[in-house]
Design a protein around this ligand. Structure first.
Ligand code: ATP
Ligand code: MN
Ligand code: MN
Length: 362
């Protein structure tokens, strides 16, 4: 626990850059196979098995080397018999019968699609599936389905996205240049950081996530609308959903834990010139040059919330979950995208936000 403790404070305090170079072999990775099994048990609501596979997968993901044979994993924690058997099958034959069966299961595929929406968990996905729904269009057309704030923004963007292929690291870099240019045009001294999966060093992602803010308090409110306007003028914006900030420092912490934060944010689809054109939404101009559509998320917290937002948006979801669980269970603190809140001081503080730690006091 000393280790986890140390990691926790290092992360919150300095927001270490997690990226590292990862090479991508062509066959199914054992860690991805175990993740599929974890998800499948999550959908079946068998938490013990889900966690066992998820931990095994996380251990493999954290290795700085690629596992070539089972002997490479000797002495590693969290690898149970079942995980080892799946790994062995993949390492020997390149595939796993159990994983392939799971991947081709209609229920797994539908639940995977529904839970890809931020704010839709396995319970809601299962309910929709049982109600005969199989696609986002079914969900949006179904009578009597109440979608909360998160689910509304998720499903409304996701049904546009079903056909978008994965974004590569090179494409994420090219998009970074586009966003950087737009940000500078609006506010030259803005702070822009890549976050999400690409900040963790992933080779491919379903979108590209950025945090953008400015050192001048209050000015971040206008930043996103300025960037959106700029991208529109350049003819690069294919889709935009903007959510204004509902963040209020005085109301911290939220009584109910919310995965979705209150910062201004936008979910975009941006046209990337010269991108790969196979599959998905794309086109070719008269000069034959291709373009493709890429999903981009921008979030704009005030500068004094930057560290928490960066930590929260860097993911992975499992890592965020574990970090928050650790804060709650081991430290009696509440961690979310806005703040780290010390519950043990709540009785001794008069002002509602005075037990909210600022990143510089940690
Ligand atoms: P990929 O995009 O490649 O699927 P990712 O890890 O970047 O992987 P995202 O869905 O882009 O996944 O999310 C990145 C991080 O931001 C996650 O940790 C998630 O918890 C957080 N996040 C995503 N959407 C929101 C949101 N609307 N509000 C708050 N946090 C969010
Ligand atoms: Mn992402
Ligand atoms: Mn995202």
């Amino acid at each position: 626990c000393v280790c986890v403790d140390h990691l926790f404070f290092c992360l919150v305090h300095s927001c270490i850059v997690l990226g590292s170079a990862i090479t991508r072999p062509p066959l199914l990775f054992p860690q991805d196979a175990l993740e599929v099994l974890a998800e499948s048990y999550e959908f079946k609501e068998i938490p013990g098995r889900c966690l066992a596979f998820r931990r095994a997968s996380s251990v493999l993901k954290s290795l700085p080397w690629a596992v070539r044979c089972l002997r490479d994993t000797e002495g590693l924690p969290c690898l149970g018999e079942h995980s080892k058997a799946v790994m062995e099958e993949i390492l020997q034959s390149g595939h796993s019968f159990e994983v392939e069966k799971t991947l081709s299961d209609e229920k797994y595929q539908t639940l995977k699609l529904f839970t890809s929406v931020f704010g839709v968990g396995p319970k809601t996905a299962e309910k929709w599936y049982r109600g005969g729904l199989r696609s986002f269009s079914d969900v949006l057309a179904a009578p009597g389905i109440h979608l909360n704030r998160m689910q509304q923004s998720g499903t409304s963007t996701s049904h546009h996205l079903a056909t978008l292929p994965a974004v590569s690291k090179a494409e994420a870099r090219a998009l970074g240049n586009i966003i950087d240019e737009a940000v500078r045009a609006v506010t030259p001294d803005a702070v822009l950081a890549l976050t999400g999966g690409f900040r963790r060093g992933k080779e491919f992602g379903h979108d590209v996530d950025f945090i953008v803010t400015t050192r001048e308090p209050g000015k971040e409110e206008k930043l996103l609308t300025g960037i959106i306007e700029r991208l529109k003028q350049q003819g690069l914006l294919l889709y935009c959903e903007y959510n204004a900030s509902t963040f209020d420092m005085v109301k911290l912490p939220s009584h109910q834990f919310e995965a979705m934060d209150h910062f201004a944010k936008c979910f975009l689809i941006v046209r990337l010139e010269g991108g790969r054109v196979e599959g998905g939404l794309h086109g070719a101009e008269g000069d034959g040059r291709g373009w493709r559509a890429v999903r981009v998320d921008l979030v704009s917290p005030p500068m004094d919330r930057y560290a928490f937002a960066l930590l929260g948006w860097t993911g992975s979801r499992q890592f965020e979950r574990d970090l928050r669980r650790f804060a709650r269970a081991e430290r009696r603190m509440l961690l979310d995208n806005h703040t780290l809140y010390d519950k043990t001081k709540v009785l001794f503080q008069m002002r509602p936000s005075s037990n909210v730690l600022s990143p510089c006091t940690l």
